[in-house]
Design a protein around this ligand. Sequence first.
Ligand code: NAP
Ligand code: MG
Length: 403
Amino acid sequence: MAELIKVKNPIVEMDGDEMTRIIWQMIKEKLLFPFIDIDLKYYDLGMKHRDDTDDKVTVDAANAITEYGVGVKCATITPNADRVKEYSLKKMWVSPNATIRSILDGTVFRKPIIMKNIPPGVTAWKKPITIGRHAYGDIYKCVEYVVPGAGTAEIVFTPADGGEKKSLLIHRYEGPGVVMGMHNTEKSIRSFAKACINYALSEKIDIWFGTKDTISKLYHGFFRDVFADEVSKAKAQFEKAGISYRYLLIDDAVAQIVKSPGGMMWACMNYDGDVMSDMVATGFGSLGLMTSVLVSPDGKFEYEAAHGTVTRHYYEHLKGNTTSTNSIASIFAWTGAIAKRGELDNTPAVVKFARTLEQTIVDTVESGIMTKDLMLIASPAVSKYAQTGEFIDAVAERLKKAL
Ligand code: NAP
Ligand code: MG
């Protein structure tokens, strides 16, 4: 056996839940530890441990990413009422991803993995569409209220410097209803625009950005103006990289994206990014092929799969049934983190290991070995699918030969 490839600096590892936690263990045992020597700062973000630590472990993990610069995260349960019962939770803890995003003030980029025999459902798409999702504020940090009956809802702004209060009428209710207040900050929108610009420049891809500024002239208009301002500051770099910036109304953006060959970064406001990343993932084939990275404005990186913990498969697994869960996006979370670590540490052998593992996965699928989610859409068709562990074993076999 050849010597292990040494990764110079640590990576922050965040373990997770259900089916992805099982896959996570297999990836480390079969695809990483036999080949690389890596110092992992381990944080267990599994539901039980988050509850035991009153969610302190999530905050500690986010701080560790700030310290070490690179993290990799397994999918985790975001508790709802059912989960509170299932795990006897002390409370309905917030989404760990939301906690980490707000500590890192990051932007999430999602990019599909493209393979020759997994044709996108949207036939026009030839190149990946990367979604850049603003990961702060709007409805994700909103205040809402179920209005019990007739009354008045207002927005009140009280200046910190003791200036005059400003109030705006939202609605005069004649009966029950509902109301919401949401916000964003110039600082966060600028960080978002900068992160998108940096990502597009490094990947040499155009940026598209859309909002509903015809309806929301001030809120959405603010996003449009701040984004355009950051783009204008980077004009020379855009020209040098040979890329362009295109602003559209969000409706138009959706229509144009579906007709396009892809290959751009689509910058999205928080809610648009949440919804459209699922649309783009499905359009490209499978959630199991969608990768995700959170980039902070000061250059910290957290990699993960875009999908969740694949609960339905986990329950089958618990019943003793075999599963065919796609591990590719979780493996790419690891290779993304390892390659970034190698790039930051200036250790080309580490980057090469990550790229070789990625290529091995593509080769494995293109040779006809794949999980059921991919088999259902493969062209040319394949006649059988690999179980969860079988796929990882097949990749490990090929990886030994490729290295
Ligand atoms: P999900 O785990 O993404 O799974 C939804 C469905 O998509 C699965 O039932 C499966 O379809 C298919 N799928 C997703 N990933 C797959 C993979 N790797 N291989 C094969 N099929 C895959 O979403 P969910 O069921 O809505 O959520 C489950 C849990 O994950 C929830 O507790 C949620 O809070 C959490 N979640 C976490 C994150 C995160 O940590 N980033 C993101 C989203 C959701 P079939 O059943 O048809 O096979
Ligand atoms: Mg979503």
